[in-house]
Ligand binder design. Structure first.
Ligand SMILES: [Fe+2]
Length: 434
């Protein structure tokens, strides 16, 4: 790498680092310190923990290793804010994160500043290529936690009896504005659902190019696809309501065995955040409670893989495989309702057409593919190898990003993954013809 390119790369990564770090703080602006302590379900973490843990990542995997003379902010933080890296340090049980009233928020913010200053010192000194790579990884890690911070807060506010709205704070849209914005989710008539045909054949799957990708997107390899036709948009709330009204949650023949067990154990009869209020569905969102009537054409969200699969069976369709999804998405400009739009909820599409819509943003799309290593998969060296590889059992792949995913974070080869019963993410459904 020439010095000139290196300087340019350093500037780009420095800019990216600062932008990402600032955005995490910005996302916390509507929150009180008390909001930032809530951990309302097993999957979630308190916002304050996300703030600390994302600093921990830069400290543990960059500053400790690469900044000569780096002094830990606090000798307990390396194990206290470790999430799951067993080869790095011990860590507290995840469910205890809401008990971290100490360190206080001011100390956590001080920790972030300490780490930021360390990274800036590394960059000023002219960081080597490996350091730049790790900072990019740290930025991507923090973007993942930005999305988690938002989905965790949505769940936290849902469990609060007052059902506060993340976006109804000062300087955010008020009730009046919200009603207008809701009405924009409705379109005259039901949006037509079309299917876009792909010939299939031998295709390349996985990341290619010079930019950043996670280890689980590699190696790029060939896969054979039969011809397929994929839905040109996501399944809407209105369509999903028909499934509910048709007894979709009462017919075991529509469900996978493990899915029916999950339905019975959890008492599912609608997506997460749907409430039956005197016979009318109310949906809890980042904007507070809205009526289903005001979101009929917005994509259904917060469904598990099991619900997506049962819906597809009821509709006489199936879910796409991740290779099909990637073939359909590759080369398409990344434009859509992502975090950058500020909408923070899935929104409807206007009109019909042959073109694929909502491939980026709105909702993560459950695929029919189990999360496994690609042929020849090699995790990163050292403790960072625990980032993705060790989760390759019992989870399903989701594609395309959501309204809480930063635009800079998503790409056609990006593989998100969750357990099939997971519902607290913005997860939705795109169908493929059988
Ligand atoms: Fe993490």
């Amino acid at each position: 790498m020439s010095t000139a390119i290196s300087t340019q790369a350093q500037q780009a990564i420095a800019e990216r680092f600062r932008t990402v770090r600032q955005r995490t703080l910005d996302l916390c602006k509507p929150l009180t310190p008390e909001d930032m302590m809530v951990q309302s379900c097993a999957e979630a973490s308190p916002a304050k923990w996300h703030l600390a843990h994302t600093a921990w990542f830069f400290e543990s995997f960059i500053l400790n290793e690469f900044l000569p003379g780096y002094k830990l902010f606090n000798p307990d933080f390396p194990w206290l804010f470790n999430s799951y890296y067993r080869t790095f340090a011990q860590f507290p049980e995840k469910r205890l994160r809401s008990s971290f009233s100490r360190p206080g928020l001011d100390q956590v913010l001080g920790y972030r500043q300490h780490v930021d200053e360390g990274i800036e010192r590394l960059l000023e000194a002219g960081a080597e290529a490996e350091v730049l790579k790790r900072i990019e990884l740290g930025a991507n890690h923090e973007e993942q936690h930005q999305e988690l911070l938002l989905t965790d807060i949505l769940h936290a506010f849902y469990t609060n009896p007052l059902r506060p709205a993340y976006l109804k704070k000062a300087g955010q849209p008020g009730d009046e504005e919200l009603r207008t914005s809701n009405s924009q989710l409705r379109h005259p008539g039901h949006p037509a659902k079309g299917f876009v045909k792909f010939e299939g054949g031998l295709v390349d799957v996985g990341f290619s190019g010079d930019g950043f990708c996670y280890d689980n997107e590699l190696p790029r390899h060939r896969a054979f696809l039969e011809p397929f036709a994929i839905g040109d948009r996501l399944v809407t709330n209105g369509e999903f309501a028909e499934f509910i009204a048709d007894g979709g949650y009462r017919q075991p023949e529509l469900w996978l065995s493990a899915g029916w067990d999950a339905l019975e154990q959890n008492g599912w009869r609608a997506p997460l955040y749907w409430n039956d209020v005197d016979g009318n569905w109310q949906l809890f969102t980042m904007h507070g409670e809205i009526g289903l009537d005001d979101a009929m054409d917005a994509p259904v969200s917060h469904v598990s893989y099991f619900e997506a699969d049962a819906y597809a069976r009821w509709a006489g369709m199936r879910l796409p495989t991740e290779a099909e999804w990637e073939m359909a998405a590759e080369g398409r400009a990344i434009e859509g309702n992502l975090l950058d739009s500020g909408e923070l909820r899935p929104s409807g599409v206007a009109g019909a057409g042959e073109e694929l819509k909502q491939m980026w943003g709105d909702c993560w799309e459950w695929t029919a593919s189990a999360y496994l290593g690609y042929p020849g998969f090699e995790p990163l060296a050292g403790s960072l190898g625990e980032y993705n590889g060790k989760f390759m059992s019992g989870q399903m792949v989701l594609r395309g990003g959501s309204c809480a995913t930063p635009k800079a974070h998503i790409r056609s080869s990006y593989r998100n993954f969750f357990q099939p019963e997971t519902r607290w993410q913005f997860s939705g459904i795109r169908l493929v013809e059988k």
